[in-house]
Design a protein around this ligand. Structure first.
Ligand code: SAH
Length: 564
């Protein structure tokens, strides 16, 4: 039981939200705060105090016994902004409780025990059903004791700090095993049960059939991901009810699709009834996978249901993550979440350095140097196809002159891909320069490593003629110094020498610099590979030291005239 104690009306409001959300887990202690805390400390396994930490420290100090027996204590401040794990972080479960309370109240969990702060993913955050010695194994993970991961099948798990051998085990399995005394079983949703039923088949008959098929094949019902059947049976109450009882969806396929699946045990009866020689086996096998339990009939007479069980292949997960231009606060929260979700990180070494501190213990980092793009793309896709959760990183946006396209050109449809946008250099530079991108604009890379110069030049000329604002990426390097002057000359054929040009080097990095000059005055030698160059269109002006490309509002026409 979790004892809830508050002193003020704001605290009581938050307390009531918690009590309403967890009616069976919580008990409200009213009356004088001191008495309430003492009573709850004696009677509950955990306390949530809507009180200042100082007040709670004073109240519980005389009550402290030993670490194993004391309750876990969480404090929530008046504003409901923080849920502080104050006492019993591990043994008392206060760290976990702080997280849960935080999620419920929108408060930030504050956890100060060392291993939690490092960010080990709790077993309960893996998103899979689990059973066994959860408390002991979680504690071992958090305390840095060796825990072995026995993965019987590939699955895109988040990183776990696991060892080759250990006194504790996390076993990823869909088999019907009993967990050992120091073992947690993680249940991946790896099984698809194909089901067929005659009209009016009772729920119990269907459920018994599924359970006996799983039991005989030595499989756990907790790994069943879905029931699958033919469209004509999608509303058959026996199937709908069985899916409901198992807490999984019932997926239905057209008979024509099922008829195309090769199965070991086709028969004439379903062909006549619903138009496919197999329902159970075909529906289970449609997404690919291994048939672990061939078609069998239910025990009733006449038998009213059929089922077959397939283990589907794991779908790996490839997150393509843009890190932004450099500064930590331009890295999006979603990017951070994906970096911590991945158990394999692939990227250029200098970008890995940018975010290494965010990675969870147990993350496998595959970094490589400049020029190894192809290898990085292949590695990332291969790791995802092997069933892992992979993050492929790039600076700025990973889809802009970066790894997303080579990776996705390699990727097949047997992996899930998640893209996380990042602040690309043109935008980071634009914000420093003023508002250069206020009207139509393009980005052009001046690197002729993968693009013939003729193509680049044609695009620059087209941009010049169509009066687009142009941001040059990869503008100049030691070995590539004539391209930028040539591109600027092409623009100058259509733009005045006074056209504003923004030069931004290392946007949002420690040695950031930015200046506004003109087409005539720009010294290409001041530009390098850490730089982007943004050239205004014929309407772009320098106003108060900032580069502004008018949006074209009529109400500003007079101002623009004035500035001209
Ligand atoms: N994916 C990156 C671009 C990679 S191409 C992005 O979306 O930003 C590499 C070029 O990007 C560099 O040569 C430089 O022109 C530009 N660039 C990347 N980061 C930059 C930064 N912080 N400041 C200025 N230019 C940058």
């Amino acid at each position: 039981m979790i004892g809830l104690i508050s002193a003020t009306s704001a605290g009581a409001a938050a307390r009531d939200r918690l009590a309403a959300a967890w009616p069976d887990r919580t008990r409200v202690y009213e009356g004088p705060v001191g008495d309430a805390v003492r009573a709850a400390f004696a009677e509950c396994e955990q306390l949530v105090c809507f009180l200042a930490t100082g007040a709670v420290v004073r109240l519980i100090a005389p009550l402290l016994g030993d670490k194993a027996a004391d309750p876990g204590v969480v404090c929530v401040d008046e504003g409901g902004r923080f849920a502080v794990s104050l006492l019993g972080g591990h043994a008392g479960g206060a760290n976990e409780l702080a997280r849960e309370v935080g999620e419920l109240l929108g408060a930030k969990p504050v956890v100060t025990t060392a291993t939690d702060a490092v960010g080990v993913a709790g077993l309960d955050t893996l998103g899979l059903p689990y059973e066994g010695a959860v408390a002991a194994v979680s504690r071992a993970l958090l305390d840095g004791e060796p825990v072995a991961l026995e993965a019987e099948l590939a699955w895109p798990l988040p990183p776990l700090p696991v060892a080759e051998r250990g006194a504790y085990t996390v076993r990823l399995t869909d088999r019907a095993l009993e967990p050992g005394p120091r073992e947690v079983l993680l249940r991946p949703p790896s099984l698809v049960v194909g089901v067929g039923a005659s009209r009016g088949a009772p729920v119990d008959e269907v459920l018994e059939l599924i359970e006996s098929a799983l039991a005989e094949a030595g499989l756990s019902v907790r790994s069943v991901a879905q029931l699958a059947t033919v469209e004509a049976k999608s509303e058959e109450p026996g199937l709908v009810g069985a899916a409901e009882q198992l807490g999984v969806p019932l997926i239905a396929y057209p008979a024509s699709e099922l008829a195309g699946v090769a199965v070991p045990n086709p028969s004439d009866a379903p062909l006549a009834a619903v138009g496919t020689p197999s329902v159970a086996e075909a529906a289970a096998l449609l997404g690919g996978g291994e048939l672990l339990a061939p078609k069998r009939k239910s025990a009733g007479s006449p038998a009213m249901a059929t089922c077959a069980v397939v283990r589907r292949p794991a779908r790996g997960r490839l997150a393509v993550v843009g890190l932004g231009p450099g500064a930590r606060d331009l890295l999006t929260p979603r990017a951070v979440a994906e970096l911590r979700r991945a158990s394999v990180l692939v990227g250029l070494d200098q970008y890995v350095d940018q975010i290494r501190d965010l990675l969870r213990p147990g993350t496998r980092v595959l970094e490589s140097g400049l020029g190894a793009e192809e290898e990085r793309a292949r590695t990332a896709v291969a790791e995802a196809r092997a069933g892992h959760a992979v993050a492929l990183i790039g600076s700025g946006d990973a889809g802009v002159y970066a790894m997303a396209s080579p990776a996705l050109a390699e990727a097949s449809d047997d992996i899930d891909v998640v893209g996380v946008p990042g602040v690309t250099a043109a935008l980071a530079a634009g914000a420093l320069l003023g508002a250069p991108l206020g009207h139509d604009h393009v980005s052009i890379s001046l690197s002729d490593l993968h693009t013939p110069w003729e193509v680049i030049e044609r695009r620059v000329r087209a941009a010049a003629e169509s009066d687009l604002v142009v941001t040059f990426y990869n503008p100049r390097s030691r070995g590539r110094d004539w391209q930028l002057p040539k591109a600027l000359a092409a623009l100058a054929e259509h733009r005045a020498p006074s056209t504003p040009v923004g030069v931004v080097r290392n946007a949002s990095r420690p040695d950031e610099s930015s200046r506004v000059t003109t087409l005539a005055a720009l010294d290409p030698a001041s530009v390098d590979m850490m730089t982007v160059v943004t050239v205004g269109n014929t309407a772009t002006r320098e106003i108060a030291g900032r580069m502004v490309t008018p949006r074209g509002y009529r109400w500003q026409a007079s101002t623009e005239e004035g500035a001209r």
